[in-house]
Design a protein around this ligand. Structure first.
Ligand SMILES: Nc1nc2c(c(=O)[nH]1)N[C@H]1C(S)=C(S)[C@@H](COP(=O)(O)OP(=O)(O)OC[C@H]3O[C@@H](n4cnc5c(=O)[nH]c(N)nc54)[C@H](O)[C@@H]3O)O[C@H]1N2
Ligand SMILES: Nc1nc2c(c(=O)[nH]1)N[C@H]1C(S)=C(S)[C@@H](COP(=O)(O)OP(=O)(O)OC[C@H]3O[C@@H](n4cnc5c(=O)[nH]c(N)nc54)[C@H](O)[C@@H]3O)O[C@H]1N2
Ligand code: SF4
Ligand SMILES: [Mo]
Length: 920
């Protein structure tokens, strides 16, 4: 009887493990539905759960039950739903939705001591309940293991299984999984004698007795080591050392000497592995049927994606590429497929900035050589939060400590303004006026660098005329600017004199604070014109000219390059930039201009414009697919969702720049988790199905990386030792040697100056016969409805917080813990008038939407302006999960007007939304 009882226990554990391990198979479902089960082996008060499960299986036709269970499984265990059940010891012991914590090492040791280890072919983790139950089954099947069994049960499995089962019982939609939760707890706590009754039922199922999640023998324990890579959380690429213990990342720190990070990481980089180990990771491909997801195999999902793509005219298919990880590969696949509608980061990000700087200077972001600066003027760029890990920020802080003057122009007293010598709380959208007036003072007082403006600039005479008002009769004086931007004329004049007197160790720079109001291209030109007037480009302490040593092609010389089959066609014509402008997504989908979309590493529904409008656009598409690591507000609307690896599970090389030109290695630290795949593999396999496989030949990540390094003075092996390789040291006034403001051949920057000089006149605008000189254009010039009025008097913008990267970090418990919501900042005076106190619930409304949030009453924001952190408002991850009620916020983009973007650049007015606010 004793042996029989043990075998009964083993069979039952194996059975339960099987049900957690994967979706139930149709044959097993049929057999189980035919089982006869009576409840008498448990007390009347407690059910074993099994009758409930079987009742459910018998409640409807088998096929319907099967489909229902597949959806429930995907939502519960594959993170396709908002409220998943975490089947890991780690999550329940720490209370954090994070896998690969300490319990993983504990179970590994216990398995090891018992002569088994995780089967490398099984795609999930060691402390998954399916593995722990199979381990129990293994122990129960062997004689003499009673003590081990009791020990593992008492000290390990039972320490978390009750929490997990309670969660599962509460979250499951079907009685099958609710019953499974009951069965699990009943079996774990039942006496052997109670279980014997179950044995014949389960024996009739004829379950396979071989181990699946485990294999016998001991695993090779990987020695602890460090992998040198570069952080990709905010794309800032700070050098990173990743400490790996037995295949598990246990910590990240800065890579000493790295030109980008200088040995530091910000809080996001230090917690980057918690993105990888977030319990919300997508695990397998998913296919949506009748509005709910189910698990799919890679072959099925990729076949479907390829077949769908082939069924559309590529001109009606959008490729949304949110980020650029190994983008040379996906670019080539989608060009061979033939869609002209590729969109990247840029239109949602800082395209006005790029339309100015890339055409006028040749580089989108000419970072300032802070180490030598004496005067630093920042417009709408919060370095301390948005480049926090980077070496330049440390140099900025040191420069300020050493006496450099820092002036921060921002309606909000951001972190950078807090260390500044002076904070200028400007009216949003008016930076162009302030910068023009500063230029006016410099030129009118003859303070500019005449040699530089004569020899190295194009269009100074025309610019001067505009500043002085020759032509339109409006001199851009400080008095003129004061009425627009709210900064006193005397302050503008003083700042202009200070800026000029520090030349050439003087620099002005802007970013999205300027670029995310409409009509900001000319404002950005006005800000850069300050540097041009003082000849401070590439001077010690000025904005540096970028030159990155270019990598070789990923294709070897003897490998055929894929064709580019994309039609010469621009979906959305703009003035300086045309292409697919995602802010117009709804109009394009309505008109049938876009019928399908493939979205890689982007969340356009939350990021690209008015969220309700983008949501409607997605719903209108005939087909969509997302390649993501988590279920996002965009992925949830897609027909196919494919699980990408995080950057810590895949590799690349990149050429980068931070004063020095260098090669930066992005090296895989651990094997891909679950059934996720590196992006190059995903697109290579898609290419094969689209008929272009021969052009995507790489057998390994190493192969393309070696190809890309073949023109370099460093090998992949050497790069792995150091993590980076400096190709060119920092140099000043490089343009004198180059004979041009553009870097020489073999080197690249993000743009190009058509005149080889700095252009006061934007050559692209000039060629198109458009207003090409720097200026202030009212934000509402093209869109009168954007102008604040008595109904909607306040301007709302979002800003970034140090702890988060857009919508990509709401899956990260460490970062959510640090910053879990986004209250609306409102000035103390405005709040008083409206009767709003700190912490009050408020309603913020625009003509286009309404949201509810908490108020943060503060002196640190200009009157008439309100603001909240971006990135919040996700329906999944910690924000969407009712298990973490303290996490959650709103997306300011819900309040944006639909189908509206800057006509010059395609960027939506993300930081310029007219609103009103009242107590809820
Ligand atoms: N922590 C973190 N870092 C990031 C990112 C992230 O999401 N999180 N994202 C990365 C990306 S993609 C980008 S593009 C950069 C952007 O980097 P930044 O441009 O520095 O980012 P923001 O905080 O959005 O905007 C900067 C400041 O502009 C102010 N501002 C708003 N309106 C105006 C205005 O009209 N005029 C002026 N002068 N200022 C205004 C805001 O109050 C804010 O403090 O950050 C990058 N780094
Ligand atoms: N309200 C508001 N709107 C904004 C902004 C804002 O902060 N607030 N920022 C603006 C700016 S400057 C920009 S640049 C854009 C950014 O907009 P997006 O490019 O959409 O950036 P994220 O929000 O970071 O979303 C990226 C998506 O990638 C997924 N993801 C994260 N890691 C990985 C990975 O390793 N692989 C893959 N395949 N997917 C991954 C995330 O789950 C998310 O769905 O948004 C713009 N719009
Ligand atoms: S600034 Fe932070 S998140 Fe961005 S790359 Fe550097 S360490 Fe990573
Ligand atoms: Mo951005």
């Amino acid at each position: 009887m004793g042996t029989q009882m043990k075998l009964a226990r083993s069979t039952i554990y194996r059975f339960i493990s099987l049900l957690y391990r994967d979706e139930i198979s149709l044959p097993l479902l049929r057999k189980l539905a035919n089982s006869q089960v009576t409840e008498h082996f448990f007390s009347k008060k407690r059910s074993s759960g099994l009758p409930r499960m079987i009742d459910f299986l018998q409640s409807a036709p088998t096929e319907a039950v099967f489909r229902e269970l597949r959806h429930d499984y995907a939502e519960l265990f594959l993170n396709a739903g908002q409220n998943p059940a975490f089947p890991y010891a780690s999550c329940h012991l720490s209370g954090e939705p994070l896998v690969m914590q300490e319990p993983i090492f504990q179970v590994r040791k216990i398995y090891h001591d018992s002569g088994v280890h995780l089967n490398p072919a099984w795609p999930d983790l060691d402390d998954h309940i399916a593995v722990e139950l199979e381990f129990m089954a293994y122990l129960a099947a062997q004689p003499g293991n009673e003590e081990r069994q009791a020990d593992f049960l008492q000290n390990h499995l039972l320490s978390w299984a009750d929490k997990f089962c309670a969660q599962l019982a509460a979250l499951a939609k079907t009685d099958f999984y609710k019953g499974l939760a009951e069965l699990t707890m009943a079996v774990l706590s039942a006496a052997d004698s109670a279980l014997v009754v179950l044995e014949p039922i389960l024996a009739a199922l004829e379950l396979n007795k071989t181990l699946v999640t485990l294999v016998e023998g001991s695993a090779q324990i990987e020695p602890e080591h460090v992998v040198k890579t570069h952080c990709y959380i905010c794309l800032g690429l700070c050098g990173q050392e990743v400490r790996v213990k037995d295949g598990v990342i246990v910590g990240c720190k800065g890579l000493a000497g790295d030109p980008k990070g200088g040995g530091r990481l910000c809080i996001k980089g230090a917690n980057a592995h918690k993105n990888t180990y977030s319990a919300y990771r997508l695990k397998t491909p998913l296919i949506r049927e009748n509005g709910r997801f189910r698990k799919a195999e890679w072959d099925e999902a990729l076949d479907l994606l390829a077949a769908k793509l082939k069924s559309f005219d590529p001109k009606t298919v959008g490729f949304h590429q949110g980020n650029d990880y190994n983008s040379w590969c996906h670019d080539a696949v989608m060009a061979a497929y033939g869609t002209p509608n590729k969109t990247t980061h840029r239109q949602m990000c800082d395209n006005p900035n790029r339309m100015a700087n890339e055409h006028c200077l040749g580089e989108k972001r000419p970072w300032i050589d802070y180490a030598h600066s004496q005067y630093i003027l920042l417009f709408g760029i919060n370095e301390l939060a948005t480049s926090a890990g980077q070496r330049k920020v440390n140099l900025l802080k040191q420069a300020v400590k050493n006496g450099a003057k820092l002036v921060v122009v921002d309606p909000r007293r951001c972190e950078t303004a807090q260390i500044a010598t002076e904070w200028i709380p400007i009216i949003p959208g008016t930076d162009g006026a302030m910068a023009m007036a500063m230029c006016h003072v410099i030129v009118a007082d003859n303070l500019h660098d005449q040699a530089f403006t004569e020899n190295w600039c194009y269009g100074f005479a025309e610019f001067k005329k505009r500043l002085l008002g020759e032509g339109d009769g409006i001199a851009r004086t400080p008095q003129w600017a004061e009425t627009i931007c709210g900064v006193p004329a005397a302050t503008i004049t003083r700042l202009a004199h200070e800026f000029a007197s520090a030349a050439p160790a003087t620099a002005a720079l802007s970013w999205t604070g300027v670029a995310q109001a409409p009509n900001a291209t000319h404002a950005t030109q006005a800000i850069q014109a300050l540097n041009a007037l003082m000849g401070s480009f590439d001077a010690p302490g000025g904005p540096a000219l970028v030159s990155k040593f270019k990598l070789a092609s990923a294709w070897a010389d003897n490998q055929p390059k894929p064709p580019n089959n994309a039609a010469k066609f621009k979906l959305n014509p703009g003035r300086l930039w045309s292409g697919w402008i995602p802010a117009y997504f709804e109009e394009d989908a309505q008109a049938g201009r876009l019928k399908a979309m493939l979205c890689y590493f982007g969340n356009p529904v939350m990021s690209s414009g008015a969220e309700p409008s983008l949501r409607r656009a997605m719903e209108r598409l005939e087909f969509s697919c997302a390649i993501d690591c988590y279920m996002s507000n965009t992925a949830e609307l897609c027909d196919v969702v494919l699980p990408d690896c995080t950057y810590l599970e895949q590799s690349r090389v990149a050429s980068d720049w931070m004063y020095e030109s260098f090669i930066s290695l992005g090296e895989k630290a651990v094997q891909p988790l679950y059934d996720s795949r590196p992006v190059v593999q995903i697109f290579t396999e898609l290419a094969q199905r689209l008929g272009f496989g021969e052009f995507f030949p790489w057998q390994s990540e190493e192969e393309y990386m070696r190809n890309q390094l073949r023109n370099q003075r460093v090998t992949l092996e050497e790069l792995r030792e150091t993590g980076y390789f400096i190709t060119d040291p920092q140099a000043f006034r490089k343009y004198e040697q180059w004979g041009s403001i553009n870097p020489p051949s073999g080197y690249g920057a993000s743009g190009h100056s058509a005149t080889s000089k700095y252009n006061f006149i934007n050559p692209v605008a000039e060629k198109a016969g458009l207003n090409a000189l720097p200026d202030y254009l009212p934000p509402w010039e093209d869109w009168p409805e954007l102008r604040p009025d008595t109904d909607y008097p306040l301007i709302l913008g979002y800003f970034r917080v140090l702890e988060h990267e857009h919508t990509s970090t709401c899956w990260n418990p460490a970062l959510m813990n640090q910053c879990s919501s986004n209250p609306v900042w409102i000035n103390w005076m405005d709040a008083k008038k409206l009767g709003i106190a700190d912490g009050d619930q408020v309603i913020v409304a625009s003509p286009w939407g309404e949201i509810k949030a908490a108020a943060k009453v503060t002196w640190d924001i200009r009157q008439g302006v309100i603001a909240a952190a971006g990135g919040f408002g996700g329906r999944y991850g910690l924000e969407g999960d009712p298990k973490f009620p303290g996490c959650g916020g709103f997306n300011t983009n819900v309040l944006l007007p639909p189908n509206l973007a800057c006509k010059w650049s395609g960027t939506p007015p993300l930081k310029y939304i007219k609103t009103r606010i009242q107590k809820a």
